[in-house]
Design a protein around this ligand. Structure first.
Ligand code: SF4
Length: 335
């Protein structure tokens, strides 16, 4: 039986984002800059990661409290050994209506079919530009655009489409990619979501000046391909949706900086080591792994934490918000 819980702002718990590893094979400058996550960076040791059975117990506890959508994240989740098996275990949980995964696409081409067969419904692939010089500079490991495009095709062929393609836009770096991406993916059925550069974690050197606001992103596309705003697919959907007036599909904009959406935020996040966070910009989280390994009921902890939740960081953030040390890194909590 589902016991729907609400937070202090009346927001229900509907979405769980669970990170399965803090490791990644990219070094995207806005998420995991090489200068910080260098060769000596210590990732979480294996015994500190939640095991698959532990993750299933955690996901089940969330489902019993109203979660219907589960997103598997990382770091890069496809680096986690046996990920297909985990997908199958989560897909088998009664009440998980939507199971998706966010990936950089580097391993997707060879795993798409197995992930779909295991029960994955959809996939979101990150791609920040269509020209190699820009994309390689942003992923900072020299990974080519062509391989990500091949992965998107493989995902679609495996039945994981339409693929959502996440494109983080940073002023002075890849704003030219906005029109490139729109032109390339129009008419394919895939949905590009343009994401404003965010002050996640404390390592990406975020400045408000580097944010290309949603208004400029939309104007850039609208000038060439007129857009019409359309309603969300469900309450709390992160992206604002726009369709091309000529019927060539849709795009999304995720504007956490200039058009915050905290009022409808129904997302909880659990890190790969089992820490529960109630906001992407949370300062601290609540350990679930210890109680879990001690045989305690983590459901009660989730109830308590969610009931006291009042996060709305994006609504209160300004250009002058002090960059206090925010411990949660995007690569640790998976966005
Ligand atoms: S800033 Fe926090 S509360 Fe607001 S939408 Fe993002 S995760 Fe939700």
């Amino acid at each position: 039986m589902v016991m729907q819980v609400q937070d202090r702002l009346g927001r229900p718990l509907r979405d769980l984002r669970i990170s399965v590893t803090d490791r990644c094979n990219f070094r995207c400058t806005y998420c995991m800059p090489k200068e910080v996550f260098g060769p000596d960076h210590r990732f979480l040791p294996r015994d500190q990661l939640l095991g698959f059975e532990e993750m299933v117990t955690v996901v089940r506890a969330f489902v019993e409290r109203g979660v219907t959508k589960v997103r598997i994240t990382g770091g890069e989740p496809l680096l986690r050994k046996g990920i297909e098996k985990l997908v199958g275990m989560v897909a088998a949980i009664d009440g998980v209506e939507d199971l998706t995964l966010t990936t950089n696409g580097s391993l997707l081409a060879r795993k798409a079919e197995a992930l779909a067969a295991a029960g994955l419904r959809r996939v979101t692939v990150s791609l920040d530009a269509l020209d190699d010089p820009t994309f390689m500079a942003m992923n900072d490991v020299g990974f080519p655009v062509s391989a990500v495009l091949e992965a998107i095709d493989a995902a679609a062929a495996a039945g994981l489409g339409p693929v959502k393609v996440n494109c983080v836009v940073k002023r002075g770096v890849n704003e030219h990619a906005v029109l490139d991406m729109a032109r390339h993916f129009r008419g394919t059925g895939h949905i590009v979501r343009f994401i404003e550069f965010m002050d996640v974690g404390s390592t990406n050197g975020w400045r408000m000046d580097d944010v290309l606001p949603a208004s400029e992103i939309l104007e850039t596309i609208h000038r060439e391909f007129p857009l019409v705003e359309i309603p969300p697919n469900y309450p709390g959907e992160v992206a604002t949706r726009y369709r091309y007036a000529d019927g060539a599909g849709e795009i999304g904009v995720i504007a956490s900086v200039t058009r915050p959406f905290c009022g409808t935020c129904t997302r909880a996040r659990v890190s790969a080591e089992g820490v529960l966070y109630t906001c992407l910009f949370a300062v601290a989280g609540t350990d679930l792994r210890g109680p879990l390994r001690a045989g305690e009921d983590v459901g009660e902890i989730i109830d308590r934490v969610w009931a006291s939740r009042a996060d709305r960081y994006s609504e209160i953030r300004t250009a002058n918000t002090p960059r206090r040390r925010i411990p949660v890194e995007m690569s640790y909590i998976g966005g």
